[in-house]
Ligand binder design. Structure first.
Ligand code: CO
Length: 134
């Protein structure tokens, strides 16, 4: 049986990265581990580690990206929870077999080699869930 090992990150969509960092970094005192552009997703992301997990802030860099559309429709806020799994293919097969609606039936591979897939909020009580295999 595939197993969930940890909450890898919690992602929040923000409309103003500096303003958001003034809360997460400056007011809470979390360390800004990384701030980088992700051209493939037309977004900028910030990672702030918290006890083995991370807060990920995401903001769009173009007006027509997926994240930009999400922001326009729903405003800033929680975007997804990412769970680390030991065998992503086995987990996707298990979820499919249980009738869970998947956004990605096959894992996708990120630029850094991590494999990931998203589960539709319709099957998760309204929260977009990402699976990661490191
Ligand atoms: Co994520």
């Amino acid at each position: 049986m595939p197993q969930i090992n940890s909450i890898n990150h919690i992602a929040i969509v923000v409309d103003d990265m500096e303003k958001s960092l003034s809360f997460w970094r400056d007011a809470l005192g979390l360390e800004l581990h990384e701030l980088r552009d992700v051209p493939a997703e037309a977004s900028q992301v910030a990672f702030l580690p918290v006890a083995g997990s991370e807060i990920e802030l995401v903001t769009p860099t173009t007006a027509d990206s997926g994240i930009a559309k999400y922001l326009a429709k729903r405003g800033p806020g929680m975007h997804h929870v990412c769970l680390e799994v030991d065998d992503i293919e086995a987990m996707l097969a298990q979820l499919k077999q249980k009738g869970i609606r998947l956004i990605n039936e096959q894992p996708r591979t990120a630029a850094d080699g991590k494999r990931y897939a998203f589960i539709h909020p319709e099957s998760t009580s309204g929260v977009l869930v990402e699976l990661y295999q490191l």
